[in-house]
Design a protein around this ligand. Structure first.
Ligand SMILES: [Fe+2]
Ligand SMILES: [Fe+2]
Length: 276
């Protein structure tokens, strides 16, 4: 409230502009009117303060609620991640049990994961792609659940009928894992782990352009382990022999850079610098 002896229009405008509620010019002729003006000004000020406090209270409340929602979201994301990790572990255990039933493939998925991870690191893939490759490697043969263990243990080559069933395992895995939505990007790698660059693989006979680097890492790691581990139908290859064989089909079955990554990864693993 402005009380002044200079009651010009300019002063009055200026007073209101800077927030005065009233502009009273001296001399005061009506004291009762002044009292009313003062009372109104004080009331206005009181309401302003109340409004200000209420707004601050609201802001604090909104801030607290936002923090609570962020915290809840963080916790939910944590639960979802735990659930995903647990699902992969459960399917992996199923794989291990399946592989142990047949002494020849015991530890295959674990070793393929080990090689694939080392190769992905060798090729400088980012964390998301490394996770994709590792998870695909851990679960890649889950489709063999449809194959009778007797086939895998069988001495000598499979009959055409048995081979036909065996060739279905990538598709079976793709179908089996479909309900796990978080594996949507992993499934194509698994479905394509027996595909070859020249289109000679199975189940879809895809060629080079359809085979990503991540897919090829899995395919190379899988082939290498199949060659170097004990199989009922052929002798085990030594590391050098398997590498020579892989290099022979480089460019035809596998991308040369992936074969080079395998060789580098094997050297590194041998030197003991990469541990599981
Ligand atoms: Fe396979
Ligand atoms: Fe395999």
């Amino acid at each position: 409230m402005v009380l002044t002896g200079h009651g010009t229009m300019e002063n009055a405008v200026q007073a209101l502009r800077i927030g005065a509620y009233d502009f009273v010019v001296k001399p005061i002729l009506d004291l009762a009117q002044l009292r009313i003006s003062v009372a109104r000004s004080l009331e206005k000020r009181r309401l302003q303060k109340l409004n200000h406090r209420y707004r601050r209270h609201l802001e604090t409340m909104v801030g607290e609620q936002t923090e609570r929602i962020i915290e809840q979201n963080r916790r939910l994301e944590g639960y979802a991640l735990e659930l995903e990790t647990m699902s992969v572990s459960v399917i992996s255990s199923l794989m291990t049990a399946l592989e142990e039933k047949d002494g020849y493939t015991a530890g295959h998925s674990r070793r393929v994961t080990h090689y694939a991870r080392a190769m992905a690191q060798e090729l400088g893939l980012g964390p998301r792609l490394v996770w994709l490759v590792e998870t695909a490697a851990a679960l890649h043969d889950v489709g063999k659940l449809i194959v009778d263990v007797g086939f895998i243990k069988k001495k000598g080559p499979l009959s055409p009928e048995e081979w036909e069933i065996m060739r279905r395992h990538p598709v079976a895995a793709d179908r089996f894992l479909a309900p796990f939505r978080f594996l949507d990007d992993v499934r194509p790698l698994i479905r394509r782990h027996h595909e070859r660059l020249d289109g000679s693989g199975y189940p879809d006979g895809l060629g080079g352009p359809d085979l990503s680097l991540a897919t090829q890492i899995l395919a190379v790691a899988d082939s290498y382990d199949a060659m170097t581990s004990r199989r009922s139908y052929r002798r085990t290859l030594k590391r050098g022999e398997a590498v020579t064989e892989m290099e022979r089909v480089s460019g035809r079955h596998f991308k040369p850079e992936v074969i080079r990554a395998l060789v580098a990864a094997l050297d590194r693993l041998k030197a003991g610098s990469v541990m599981e």
